[in-house]
Design a protein. Structure first.
Length: 364
């Protein structure tokens, strides 16, 4: 379907070209709309009520998918999905009927994706390819669950991207302290990174914090919202997941540092955020100070990995760490399994001790 200006009549029209539920190809035009917005509204209603089936083209079905899914997502989350859909999926699958997409088509698309290069001439990472595959799968699964598509062809084709990156970067405490020394003369950045490293917050969670989120009497931070910037606007929304809403205990030294900063040095500004800057500013500061400190360069998000690594080395369980990080414990166990080096041996030793206590052990 297309919406365009009717040059002869000075009005707007909608060109209809689709296959209906009975397999019949429909090619017609609806004219006489006074404005483009009126024509688009009619098109949306038509898709919603008349043409919803997997006989639609992939590009048409994406509009239906967006209407169904977008209201349930954070705007920033949808923008990320929308970019992937328009940049990596629609150019290949757009003209195909959803019901006609085969596993062979998916394999051809995967092979094309594997050959593509980014703006720097590098191949896409396997983790990124997995992200793109996940979006295709989400659309096709939506068609299976709600619009009668028999099966998801991506499942038959299999995936080529890796679920997790091969390398997880993080800092030791010594590396972090060398880095933080470079920020002593920038208190707002110093305390922002202190909070990230010692509490394991996400960037958006940190940047949404307001003074009322701190309880210095009980040394806690309440995580109830997340910051993002979209189309030049600051947006405060809900955290990433329901599990992300949590209360984090601060170490005593950090609680004292932040209390002094907020009471003596913090400027409330217009929006009342304790750390009133953007994710870009955090990343730029991280890169600059890392080079000055002579430590390996990591991403801001890798400070969460650093915090988890620290807690694992201190002997905390996956369940306890997951509660602090706003994750399910199974995620911590799977994602950081390689950082639990002694778990298998500890399990065996405990089982040995159990049998010996019952008199069933071999004393050789």
């Amino acid at each position: 379907m297309t919406v365009r200006k009717d040059s002869k009549r000075g009005t707007w029209l909608v060109r209809l070209y689709y296959t209906n539920r009975d397999g019949k190809t429909i090619d017609s035009t609806k004219r006489g709309f006074k404005s483009k917005s009126e024509a688009l509204e009619w098109e949306r209603n038509f898709l919603a009520n008349e043409a919803r089936s997997t006989s639609m083209t992939f590009e048409q079905f994406v509009k239906v998918y967006a209407e169904d899914v977008r209201p349930r997502l954070r705007e920033t989350t949808w923008r990320g999905k929308e970019y992937v859909i328009n940049d990596k999926l629609v150019p290949f699958f757009g003209g195909m009927r959803v019901v006609d997409i085969t596993s062979r088509d998916v394999i051809d698309w995967q092979n094309k994706l594997l050959k593509e290069r980014d703006e720097n001439g590098k191949k896409f990472s396997e983790t990124y390819i997995r992200t793109v595959e996940n979006q295709l799968s989400a659309i096709l699964n939506h068609a299976v669950r709600h619009y009668g598509l028999p099966s998801n062809p991506l499942q038959k084709a299999g995936r080529v991207g890796e679920k997790q990156g091969k390398e997880m970067k993080f800092w030791t405490t010594e590396e972090y302290l060398r880095f933080s020394e470079q920020l002593i003369d920038r208190p707002e950045m110093f305390y922002a990174f202190e909070t990230l490293y010692w509490c394991g917050l996400r960037e958006g969670e940190l940047l949404a914090l307001e003074p009322d989120d701190f309880d210095f009497a009980n040394r806690t931070i309440s995580v109830t919202k997340s910051y993002s910037r979209l189309d030049g606007r600051d947006i405060i929304g809900k955290p990433k997941t329901k599990k992300s809403e949590r209360v984090i205990a601060m170490p005593r030294f950090l609680s004292q540092e932040l209390q002094e900063y907020i009471e003596m040095e913090w400027d409330p500004g217009e929006d009342g955020r304790v750390f009133p800057f953007t994710k870009y500013a955090l990343n730029n500061t991280l890169k600059t100070a890392s080079r000055l400190a002579g430590v390996k360069e990591i991403r801001v998000h890798d400070l969460r990995h650093s915090h988890v690594s620290l807690l694992i080395n201190l002997g905390f369980t996956a369940v306890a760490i997951a509660d602090r990080m706003g994750h399910e414990s199974v995620h911590i166990t799977y994602r950081y399994a390689h950082l639990f080096p002694n778990q298998q041996r500890n399990m065996a030793d405990v089982l040995d001790a159990l049998m010996n206590a019952k008199g069933g052990g071999d004393e050789r």
